[in-house]
Design a protein around this ligand. Structure first.
Ligand code: ADP
Ligand code: MG
Length: 274
């Protein structure tokens, strides 16, 4: 289980995450939605340990092991994985080599076994609609947005993390590609020992059609202000985030108070966060 408790973090002196609590167990899919700039990518980066973000308080444990303070590679080795909103280009390093070296470095395969990885890579690539020549090309260099996102999913399929954070994996994907990556990840949440747990950051319910989230959370101004079942994603698609913005329920205003959200049927709300 990934357990995030009271996570506060920011950049320089600016606070972006203002108290995040979230628990994700193996096999569970949680969606995190929220307006632009609400801190979704920051949450993903802080969980993975990207330099430049300062955690001011809180804790993040994976199966009881504290991750905060560990280098990103150590978090990856512990089983945490992030698909980037904007995958980075790595000139000179083919994806196949990067994956092989990752598995060897983590002690998951020996150098001698590395040769046998090719067949699995090809099989996974075919399932994800990735052409074989892309595996030999420098990682993400000159790839279309969709190709890079398929590559991210291929890495997930090969590395088999325990918990994956998907930062807008669906952006830049056409409908066919979206179905392929979502179905592959959904399969990982059922197979494997333990099966994959997922935090899917997304703006669109169509990802959740193939990657069905049991829980949907709304992030606004650095806090989770509402959590609910799949119906919450449907509500958001209809109503947008207006009800969740900080200025939406100013005290004393005839507008959406705590009760108002309840009346809209927007799942459980956390009045303190509004
Ligand atoms: P989201 O992914 O929800 O759209 P982000 O987490 O990317 O939002 O950003 C949240 C806020 O934090 C934004 O106002 C953004 O400008 C700011 N922010 C994020 N990362 C940095 C950074 N490295 N330096 C300065 N500001 C940042
Ligand atoms: Mg983002």
């Amino acid at each position: 289980m990934l357990k995030i408790s009271g996570l506060h973090a920011g950049v320089d002196s600016r606070q972006i995450l203002r108290g995040i609590d979230l628990e994700v167990r193996s096999g569970e899919i949680h969606a995190v939605m929220g307006p632009n700039g609400s801190g979704k990518s920051t949450l993903a980066h802080v969980l993975m340990g990207r330099p430049g973000y300062e955690v001011t308080s809180g804790s993040v444990t994976l199966d009881g092991v504290e991750l905060l303070g560990l280098e990103p590679f150590a978090r990856a080795r512990a089983g945490l994985f992030l698909t980037f909103q904007y995958p980075i280009e790595v000139p000179g390093v083919p994806l196949a080599s990067a994956l092989t070296e990752s598995l060897v470095a983590a002690g998951r395969i020996t150098e001698a076994e590395a040769g046998a990885l090719g067949a699995r890579l090809s099989e996974e690539a075919a399932e994800l609609g990735i052409s074989p020549e892309i595996l030999a090309r420098p990682m993400n260099v000159d790839l279309s947005g969709g190709e890079a996102k398929r590559n991210e999913t291929l890495q997930l399929a090969i590395l088999r993390p325990r918990i994956a954070i998907l930062d807008e994996l669906d952006s830049g994907l056409d409908v066919d590609a979206l179905g392929q990556v979502a179905r592959r990840i959904e399969r990982a949440t059922r197979e494997g020992d333990p099966p994959l747990g997922v935090i899917a950051i997304t703006h669109y319910r169509r990802l959740l059609a193939e990657l069905p989230a049991q829980r949907v959370h709304v992030l606004s101004e650095g806090r989770i202000v509402a959590s609910g079942g799949p119906e919450l994603a449907e509500e958001l698609e209809r109503t947008g985030y207006a009800a969740y913005r900080e200025d939406a329920a100013a005290p004393g205003e005839a507008g959406l108070g705590d009760a108002g959200l309840g009346e809209l049927g927007l799942g459980e709300t956390f009045p303190g966060g509004l």
